[in-house]
Design a protein around this ligand. Structure first.
Ligand code: GLC
Length: 473
């Protein structure tokens, strides 16, 4: 099959979140199954800095947007068998330090939509499937289906994946006259343009990244207004769980960690990794369970609960805690304060470091992920792969991937709580702490978590089946 992915970020080129991990690994998994896969992303500043020397120019043309002809440079490289095409325009992407958040995001991603379709129409051989991701590509589904300029590729089967419905690409209706396409109410929701809605309505099939999040999205609480639109899609809306790149994340071969390990050597190696990690953060008392978070620091990741529960447990001498991430300044300050007040038990690194993140996955005992909602979540999969038991709010993909410990049968691969309340989180943590104290049970769970298979293999097959089904419709 010939499949083209379009998205706004992909590892190793540019990343702000989990979307990049998926676009950095699903295309590769499909290549390994014998398919021809292309990936189209903007040439963000980070792409320019990191990859300029490897990129080859294939086309120089223009795109109509905002009543003008704007430059489009198409450049390409091959990465892990995937044909990557970058959309080069200095003004829209190359000169901006941030991927999103500018006043003209609507125009920028409107340009990107036309640019991506120009590549598909004029550069690529005839494709079978166009797999679009998140609001930045919603307009593309609409243009393929309804804009006469793209008639030559209008028979392409389109799939639109929602990675996080909280981000919709909402723009004032004034933008409409600048997008170089005809208006339709498909593009509009609540009196503004909504690129995500356009994608949901126009694509041949819509997916999200876990079965439970698919159910969650039937309800207003999770769907941010889109519940009706999704209901309208009926059977053509479904969920496929994300995978994890098992080559990139492998405790046996990870050279960022002090002592690599397998299921057989996890107990002793973890002691060594934990010791090194605690020294880096200046933490005392290695007997205590080391609880860690690697996360964007935002309300939706559950930081209000963490602030209520975790400092208190650390204060009482029940746990050590490490936080790595950045985000909301309010929570950054709050957690910096907790560290300053109790630095022997509370470690913090505000910012991002891939190496340090891996050392945390390898050195911690418990991995905390109390997200208010979670479309899929990747960190809990990495944690399990590294034998670090996740403690999660049972929502979205967290519910689909972590089996909570059962005290009677000793089943489970982690710990879970039902209600998004400090008390529920606290009970789950107390149970995890007590299991950590029982080394036989703890080791059993650890080895079981490490033996789970969340590699891309199954999920890639599920996508292939779906592509085929959509093509046959
Ligand atoms: C978003 C979601 C996350 C998901 C990722 C990849 O970042 O918040 O849950 O794992 O996309 O699909």
């Amino acid at each position: 099959m010939k499949i083209t992915f379009v998205g706004s970020e992909a590892t190793p080129f540019a990343k702000t979140g989990g979307l990049a991990d998926v676009l950095g690994s699903l295309p590769k998994a499909l290549v390994q199954k014998g398919h021809k896969v292309s990936l189209i992303i903007p040439k963000h500043q980070a792409v320019k800095t990191g990859f300029n020397d490897s990129l080859k120019a294939v086309l120089k043309t223009t795109v109509n947007i905002h009543h003008e002809k704007k430059y489009l440079g198409v450049e390409t490289l091959t990465h892990q068998g995937v044909n990557v095409y970058v959309v080069d325009n200095e003004y829209y992407f190359g000169l901006r330090p941030n991927l999103y958040g500018d006043y003209d995001d609507g125009e920028r991603y409107g340009y990107f939509a036309h640019a991506a379709l120009t590549i598909i129409k004029d550069v690529l051989p005839k494709q079978d499937v166009l797999h679009l991701n998140d609001w930045q590509t919603g307009l593309i589904a609409y243009l393929v289906k309804y804009d006469a300029k793209y008639r030559s590729i209008s028979s392409l089967s389109t799939l639109f994946t929602i990675h996080n419905i909280a981000y919709q690409g909402r723009f004032s209706k004034e933008l409409m006259s600048h997008l170089d396409t005809e208006y339709s109410d498909i593009l509009e929701f609540d009196d503004v343009l909504n690129f995500l809605k356009a994608g949901i309505m126009a694509a041949d099939h819509v997916t999200t990244v876990s079965p439970t999040y698919t159910e969650n999205l039937q309800h207003a609480y999770f769907a941010y207004g889109m519940q009706g639109v999704l209901k309208y899609r009926g059977e053509s809306f479904s969920g496929i769980l994300n995978g994890l790149d098992y080559e990139t994340f492998d405790a046996a071969t990870d050279d960022a960690i002090v002592k690599p390990y397998t299921t057989d050597t996890v107990s002793s190696a973890k002691k060594a990794n934990k010791k090194a990690l605690m020294e880096q953060f200046g933490l005392k008392n290695p007997q205590l369970p080391l609880v860690a978070m690697v996360s964007r620091i935002t309300e939706s990741k559950g930081f209000s609960l963490v602030a209520d529960v975790v400092p208190d447990l650390a204060e009482k001498g029940l746990i050590n805690f490490i936080l790595l991430g950045s985000g909301d300044p309010y929570y950054e300050d709050t957690f910096q304060y907790f560290h300053d007040a109790n630095s022997e038990h509370f470690g913090i690194y505000l910012g991002y470091s891939d190496g340090l993140a891996r050392q945390i996955y390898a050195g911690a005992d418990l991995f905390l992920m109390p997200s208010r909602f979670e479309p899929c979540g990747l960190s809990q999969l990495i944690a399990m792969r590294y034998g670090t038991l996740p403690v999660v709010h049972k929502t979205g993909g967290l519910k689909d991937t972590v089996e909570p410990f059962n005290e009677y049968t000793l089943e489970g691969t982690g710990f879970g709580f039902d209600q998004f309340t400090p008390d529920d989180l606290k009970q789950a943590l107390l149970l995890a702490i007590s299991v950590h104290g029982d080394s036989d049970t703890y080791k059993l769970l650890q080895q079981r978590a490490m033996s789970q298979d969340f590699s891309w293999d199954q999920s890639a097959n599920a996508y292939l089946n779906l592509y085929q089904e959509v093509m046959n419709r």
